[in-house]
Design a protein around this ligand. Sequence first.
Ligand code: ASP
Length: 307
Amino acid sequence: MTDGWSLVLHGGAGTITPERIGAGAEAGAGEALARALDAGSAILDAGGAALDAVEAAVRVLEDDPHFNAGRGAAFTRAGTNELDAAIMRGTDRAAGSVAGLTRVRNPVSLARRVMEASPHVLLAGAGAEEFAAGQGVETVDPAWFAVAERRRQLDELLARGGDAFDVDMKYGTVGAVARDRQGHLAAATSTGGVTGKRWGRIGDSPLIGAGTYADDRACAVSCTGSGEQFVRVGVGHEIAARIRLAGEDAGAAAEAALAEVRALGGTGGVIVVTPAGEAIWRFITPGMYRARATSAGLREVALYGEA
Ligand code: ASP
């Protein structure tokens, strides 16, 4: 696919089954994934950059309350919403990420400003918000992020006396990976983390090499799942290294990395694109919100089953 493009999105993996989701949420999530797919595809089809496409797609999902990113983020144990995001460009492995935001409407766009307008890769908490103030990104009252369904999930967890990562998790992190017509790759991920998280916990999503990675020599990856195990495996970089150094195809590399996650007691899923145009997903959960499109005419939105 010399001048073709491909785009893959996820909206989180987990116990995503028809019984669990309900028809209303199913339709809403599917519709939002389709809109995000359209936003990214339009950019790629017009010859735009993979980096612009993944940012545009993730912004749509951040603004949609069905996903655990931006509006609709998971609640911390203290009843707040703390947002993490990352973006990475495969051309030169430039990367930016943010963690623990409470006021930036679209964390993925602040991550991009970190990449393009700061000498750093990862900014967290108050410092990240201070950086945001000079970057022209939209800020909102923290109440913008809080939706009733996520609050209910926290209340249920607390009523059970549970902790983050109780059984039956439904991760709702969002991500996008793209290959543009120039053959360049990019990845982006955005999340509210996990329900009931404490103590300034940061997961895999904003950690370059864990939940997010892009290298034009190998692939672009975005992850969702039990972040702690994804961090310990270094899933994004592991998949890229398997492709680049061991010559594995994207599917085999993704399966091997997820097997490592499972071996550590974790679960989740990944999306991957390669310079050759492979556009795949793999997950070891009952379902994963996902979508993909290519210049060859593939267009798919799916929620349940079959990895
Ligand atoms: N991986 C995310 C985290 O641990 C959660 C998710 O995928 O929804 O922060």
